[in-house]
Design a protein. Structure first.
Length: 267
C-alpha cells in the first residue's frame, strides 16, 4: 500500500472516497483499474453503506468486462438509493451489454432524470410519447446524442413506420444527406434540423424507441442493413476506386470511428 493511501485512510470517509475517485478518474489502462478496484474493495469493507462507492465500483467492473459483478454492484446501489438516476443508467448499460434489452432499455429511460447534459430533454411543447396507442397522430422522432447513435438507432424509425406510426424524423444536420435519402425510400417524412414542422402531436427520442417497441436480442430490426449511399456518391467513388485499379495504386480503406477524445478509448 502506498504512503499516500495510508495517510488518506487515517482521515475521514469523504477524504478516503475522494482519493479513490481521483485514482479512478486518472486510470488509463486495465492494470490501473484493477488497482482502483482493490481500493474500492477495501473502502467498502470499512464503509459498507457507501452508495457512491458501490456505484463507482460497478463502473470500474463494467470497464474491466466483469459485467455480472458490475450488475450486482449496480443493484446494491439501487437497493440503497432507489431513485439514483445515474445508477439506473449504469444498470441499463450493463443489462444491454448482457443482451437483456427489455430490462436494459426500460432502465435507460431514467436518463431523463439525470443532470447529464447529453441526456437533457428537448423541451418540445407537446407530450412525450411513451408507447401508448396514438392512432395516426403525428409523432416526431428526433436524434439523440452522437452521430453514431443517430446512425445506429434510426433503424427504429423504420420499425415505427412499419408498425403504422405516423412519424416525422429529424436527424443530426451533418447526417441528413445520408439518412434522409434512405428514410425517403421507406416512405418516411424527414425535416431538416431546425426546420419548422407543423401538426406534431407527440415526440420521442430514437434511443427511447427500443424500449417502447419492445426490443429483444432476437428481434432487433433491420439487422441485415438499412443504409445505402445515394447513387451519385456510389458512382463517384466507384470511378475513383477503378481509377486506382488501373494505375495499380495501393487502396487503403479508412475505418470511421467516434471521437478520439472519448474517455473510454484508453481502456
Amino acid at each position: 500500500m502506498n504512503s499516500d493511501l495510508i495517510s488518506i485512510q487515517q482521515g475521514s470517509e469523504q477524504e478516503c472516497f475522494s482519493y479513490i475517485y481521483q485514482q479512478q478518474q486518472q486510470a488509463s489502462n486495465p492494470l490501473e483499474l484493477l488497482a482502483v478496484l482493490k481500493l474500492y474493495d477495501d473502502f467498502l469493507g470499512d464503509f459498507p453503506q457507501s452508495i457512491l462507492a458501490y456505484h463507482n465500483r460497478s463502473d470500474v467492473l463494467k470497464h474491466l468486462g466483469f459485467y455480472d459483478l458490475a450488475l450486482k454492484d449496480a443493484e446494491k446501489t439501487l437497493d440503497l438509493a432507489p431513485d439514483f438516476a445515474m445508477a439506473w443508467c449504469n444498470k441499463a448499460f450493463i443489462l444491454n451489454t448482457l443482451g437483456r434489452y427489455e430490462e436494459g432499455w426500460k432502465a435507460y429511460e431514467w436518463r431523463w432524470k439525470t443532470d447529464v447534459e447529453t441526456f437533457q430533454d428537448t423541451g418540445w411543447p407537446i407530450p412525450r410519447w411513451q408507447g401508448e396507442d396514438i392512432g395516426q397522430a403525428k409523432l416526431l422522432v428526433y436524434a439523440e446524442q452522437g452521430f453514431g447513435d443517430n446512425i445506429q438507432f434510426v433503424r427504429y424509425a423504420l420499425e415505427a413506420k412499419k408498425r403504422g406510426l405516423n412519424i416525422v424524423v429529424v436527424n443530426h444536420q451533418q447526417l441528413e444527406n445520408l439518412l434522409n435519402a434512405n428514410l425517403a425510400q421507406y416512405g418516411i417524412t424527414t425535416s431538416k434540423n431546425g426546420g419548422a414542422i407543423s401538426g406534431l402531436k407527440y415526440y420521442v427520442s430514437m434511443m427511447s424507441l427500443p424500449h417502447y417497441l419492445g426490443t429483444r436480442l432476437d428481434n432487433i430490426p433491420y439487422s441485415e442493413g438499412y443504409l445505402l449511399p445515394e447513387t451519385e456518391h456510389f458512382v463517384k467513388w466507384q470511378r475513383k476506386i477503378n481509377a486506382y485499379d488501373s494505375a495499380k495504386k495501393l487502396k487503403i480503406g479508412v475505418v470511421w470511428s467516434g471521437s478520439p477524445k472519448h474517455h473510454r478509448n484508453a481502456i
